[in-house]
Design a protein around this ligand. Structure first.
Ligand SMILES: Cc1cc2nc3c(=O)[nH]c(=O)nc-3n(C[C@H](O)[C@H](O)[C@H](O)COP(=O)(O)OP(=O)(O)OC[C@H]3O[C@@H](n4cnc5c(N)ncnc54)[C@H](O)[C@@H]3O)c2cc1C
Length: 615
């Protein structure tokens, strides 16, 4: 899928403007005749030709430079809606994803996903948008609610995005696997059709297998990002007028409690961009919140992924039972508080059962899988149950199966203004923001935010003014940081994977919905120890540039540790319970003191502090 030469020229930086911008530091000195013009290595799996002719800067450590009007970081669900918005304007953009298959996240992996939307959720005015009871920027929430949501109509979704809707009744009408007044869902849509639609666009260029490790921020403005092409170890400097980040929720800081590692958001989501912002002095909020579903527990779930398990997820809350066979829906306290009506409420219901001493061994409950129940479950669970019976002789209908809460989305997001622009970096638009106490972004929220953030980014671009002066000195510092992680040698080294596992092991308990103070204190102490003792010992097994998994791990581990520390410290600070965030010592919501975001900043020495931001 090539670009036309004319388009290439339009997008490429010409040498004069390159020098006008002040060149790129690491070696301002090296920016002489030594600068090599020409193309950086192009991998065969890049989805299209790169966004114009890039240049390679022959600094102490050489790096390739790419210029673009719009840089999109992450190519998952949220980004896909942003891209769709930019496509309407025929806007060229450079899209970067860490994953190896072009588009990433649940979107690129073509999850057997259930599409959800709010029936009739098309509001003419902001006043019509229902009041949110969550912690989030209410004003921004309303603004994203009044956009053209016509595409939320399932039939239009299919027509517009080329998705197929296999779940249809015999007469051709959509078959909803659930149809509540507030939400509907259908299963088994094929996002692949939609990503193919983007692939065909000549003005979208995707650099996959490229990990963004830093934002370029100068004078409070975001000027692009620094990345690493993982297969070759090539440093890539992306210079952009507008940067839009959509790198998904990071659940990888904690070790999962079910047998299902991929019930979590994709492992590539390691909060790299958010933690880069934190290192630049930016604020990160809502790390204490997560959203959860019930997942099959060891040893019965047989699962390596959500798609290969028999689970409950919140849609099936009516089939959840305690260890004595009583359905959760028959508990008076659960019924009275209508806990089973919402996803976060299911976690509160499970907590009621566990506190009553009737939970499962692993701190969950049980899913009644008898024939009648199974018949009402998601198609994928029915299929899996059938397969497991045929292949392994295990009959799910014969006994209840244990299910435990698993975090599949996580907060920890930049603070934005009403234009979805980061308050700490002008020109940085954030798709994954304002999830608040919802604890991550549901698909539906990503649609709204993705579309809205790109709209606002395009408006910003239309009136864009070049910064007065630019040094790009952060690029050299970032490359030096990454080089240190790749080449350092230490006595008694620890492999990055070991440090990652130590973080995940420490956080297994703290990642659950119920977070007792003593557990949090213990985890905080262990994370502090990892920062003081393990991190300085972390070293790669070799310093190869090519596909060096240790190096990638090392870069990610630095970020995982910070997001883990944010999560635990914010959980300790928040002295209340709300949605799926449950502090047994503070069991009730406390609007007077805590209906606010805790926006954390990080000092040079790594210490964290917060300010409250009331929405
Ligand atoms: C197991 C599971 C099942 C789900 N089922 C459903 C469902 O049935 N229905 C529903 O509505 N929702 C479902 N969800 C939620 C939905 O998948 C997510 O809300 C959605 O994928 C989030 O979109 P996103 O764009 O924020 O993040 P993602 O889709 O995760 O995209 C983030 C992208 O950023 C990339 N990235 C990360 N870091 C970097 C970096 N440093 N540099 C470059 N790229 C980077 C990643 O590779 C990825 O492609 C499910 C989620 C999970 C985990």
């Amino acid at each position: 899928m090539g670009k036309t030469q004319g388009e290439k020229e339009m997008r490429s930086i010409d040498r004069r403007s390159f020098f006008k911008l002040g060149g790129l530091t690491a070696g301002a000195a090296a920016l002489t005749g030594g600068m090599l013009a020409g193309c950086a290595p192009q991998s065969q799996t890049d989805m299209a030709a790169t966004g114009g002719e890039n240049e390679t800067v022959d600094a102490a450590v050489p790096y390739a430079v790419f210029d673009t009007d719009i840089l999109v970081i992450g190519a998952g669900y949220g980004a896909s809606f942003a891209m769709q918005e930019a496509c309407k304007a025929g806007q060229n953009m450079l899209v970067i994803d860490k994953a190896p298959y072009g588009f990433g996240g649940a979107f690129g992996m073509n999850f057997d996903i259930m599409n959800t939307w709010v029936p009739g959720a098309f509001y003419e005015t902001e006043e019509e948008v229902p009041v949110a009871t969550k912690i989030r920027n209410e004003s921004l929430y309303r603004k994203t609610g009044v956009q053209n949501e016509v595409e939320l109509n399932p039939d239009v979704v299919c027509a517009n995005w080329g998705e197929i809707l296999s779940a249809r009744n015999e007469d051709g009408t959509p078959f909803y696997i659930y149809d509540f007044p507030t939400t509907r869902g259908f299963e088994h849509s094929m996002t692949r059709h939609w990503s193919d639609h983007f692939r065909a666009k000549d003005y979208i260029t995707v650099h996959d297998r490229t990990m963004i490790t830093d934002l370029i921020i100068e004078g409070g403005r975001c000027l692009g990002a620094v990345g690493l092409h993982i297969p070759t170890g090539e440093y890539r400097v992306y210079r952009a007028k507008v940067t839009l980040t959509a790198t998904g929720g990071c659940t990888q800081f904690y070790g999962w409690n079910s047998t299902s590692p991929t019930t979590n958001n994709v492992c590539d989501n390691t909060a790299d961009v958010e933690m880069a912002l934190l290192r630049h002095g930016g604020k990160i909020a809502n790390a204490e919140f997560g959203s959860y579903d019930m997942m099959g527990a060891f040893p019965r779930s047989f699962a390596a992924s959500e798609g290969s398990m028999v689970g409950a997820d919140s849609v099936h809350s009516g089939d959840l039972m305690d260890s004595e066979g009583t359905y959760l829906k028959d508990y008076p306290e659960i019924a009275e508080k209508e806990y089973l009506a919402t996803q976060s409420g299911v976690m509160q219901a499970v907590d009621v059962v566990v506190r009553a001493g009737k939970g499962s061994e692993s701190g969950g409950v049980y899913l009644d899988c008898k024939e009648e129940s199974l018949a009402t479950m998601r198609w994928m669970y029915q299929r899996n149950a059938q397969l497991l019976k045929e292949k392994f002789g295990y009959d799910f209908t014969a006994q209840p199966t244990e299910v435990v809460p698993e975090m599949y989305e996580h907060g920890g997001e930049p603070i934005t203004d009403d234009n979805a622009m980061c308050v700490d970096a002008e020109g940085l638009f954030c798709v994954r923001a304002n999830a608040g106490s919802e604890g991550g972004m549901m698909n539906i929220t990503n649609r709204r935010m993705g579309r809205y953030a790109m709209k606002k980014a395009l408006e910003y671009l239309a009136t864009y003014e070049e910064p007065a002066s630019v040094t790009y000195e952060g690029v050299a510092a970032e490359i030096a940081r990454l080089e240190d992680l790749r080449t350092r040698t230490v006595d008694d080294p620890l492999r990055p994977i070991t440090v990652r596992r130590n973080i995940q092991h420490a956080c297994a308990e703290a990642g659950r919905p119920v977070r007792p103070a003593d557990v949090l204190e213990t985890v905080k102490a262990e994370l502090d120890r990892i920062m003081a003792e393990d991190l300085p010992r972390m070293a790669c097994a070799d310093d190869s540039l090519v596909q060096n998994a240790d190096w990638k791990d090392a870069i990610e581990v630095v970020n995982l540790l910070d997001i883990a520390r944010l999560t635990v410290e914010a959980s300790l600070a928040r002295e209340e319970s709300r949605d799926a965030f449950i502090r047994p010592d503070f069991p009730e919501p406390d609007d007077a003191n805590w209906k606010c975001a805790l926006a954390y900043t990080r000092a040079e020495d790594g210490s964290l502090s917060y300010e409250k931001i009331a929405y």
